[in-house]
Ligand binder design. Structure first.
Ligand SMILES: [Zn+2]
Length: 89
């Protein structure tokens, strides 16, 4: 494993996939946020994953607002996404 500390410009797909949730939560450094955004814009491989995770987060927060204490919320959301044509990995 090589250090990632100096590679803010060049992320590979593995890096992006590992950090996707942190990226969507805005938890990365500004440099890395930029590098992530650039990669996701250009990479046909990763872009569908971002779209999927975003749709997932979106559906979760919407469902949470509507049904704050619903058990099994995650599974229900996944089901709804599948219905909407998003394929789970
Ligand atoms: Zn990629």
């Amino acid at each position: 494993m090589t250090s990632l500390s100096t590679t803010s410009e060049m992320l590979d797909c593995d890096d992006v996939m590992h950090r996707l949730w942190e990226y969507l939560d805005g938890e990365l450094s500004p440099d890395r946020m930029t590098a992530m955004r650039r990669h996701l814009e250009l990479c046909r491989n990763c872009h569908p994953h971002e779209a999927y995770e975003r749709a997932f987060l979106d559906a979760v927060s919407r469902a949470r607002r509507e049904h704050p204490d619903l058990p099994g919320l995650r599974g229900r959301v996944l089901e709804r996404l599948r219905d909407a044509g998003f394929a789970a990995r």
